[in-house]
Design a protein around this ligand. Structure first.
Ligand code: NI
Length: 180
């Protein structure tokens, strides 16, 4: 069991239920996992996103990729985080976020500024990083995806009102696509 299924064709959109599910751990580090990571990087770049989590391509597993320029300056290539664990610290900071699964929605999200992340790479090798800037924000956003949490779950009443129509249209589109 537990190997990764076929290559995802596209990014899954809100309110697909896979986005609301807590993802399971990656247990097999094989060629299929590497192929999935490459495909996720491709989809992230096509969509010009800063990061992309596996549930966003319909695969409920604990991994995400982030774009190179969102990462450490000395390693400007895209990075993959498999089975990540995060520790949060510092002050709560408000910052506007978007999500490739909810394209026309921007939400101001309050999150802790500092993050220590422990993960393994595509070969299962452990590593650890810290950040208290944009990268810490991206890690938290992508980690949320692994927990089945979206920025729509973190909206203020004001953002909820501002995005109500867009989200309703997305729900109607999803229902119509599901019926076909
Ligand atoms: Ni997202």
């Amino acid at each position: 069991m537990n190997t990764i299924p076929a290559q995802p064709a596209k990014i899954v959109l809100y309110p697909d239920p896979v986005l609301a599910r807590r993802a399971g751990p990656v247990e097999v580090f094989d060629e299929q996992l590497q192929a999935l990571v490459e495909r996720m990087i491709e989809l992230m770049r096509d969509a010009q996103g800063a990061g992309l989590a596996a549930p966003q391509v319909g695969i409920s597993r604990r991994l995400f990729v982030i774009e190179g320029d969102a990462g450490p300056v000395e390693t400007p290539q895209p990075m993959v985080f498999v089975n990540p664990e995060i520790e949060l610290g510092g002050d709560l900071i408000s910052f506007e976020e978007g999500c490739l699964s909810i394209p026309d929605v921007r939400v101001t999200v309050r999150r802790p500024q500092a993050v220590r992340i422990k993960a393994v790479d595509v070969h299962g090798e452990p590593f650890e990083l810290e950040d208290d800037d944009f990268l810490a924000r991206v890690w938290q956003h992508e980690y949320d995806h692994l927990e089945g949490v979206l920025i729509t779950d973190r909206m203020s009443p004001r953002d909820r009102l501002a995005n109500r129509r867009t989200l309703k249209e997305m729900r109607l589109d999803f229902e119509q696509d599901s019926e076909q």
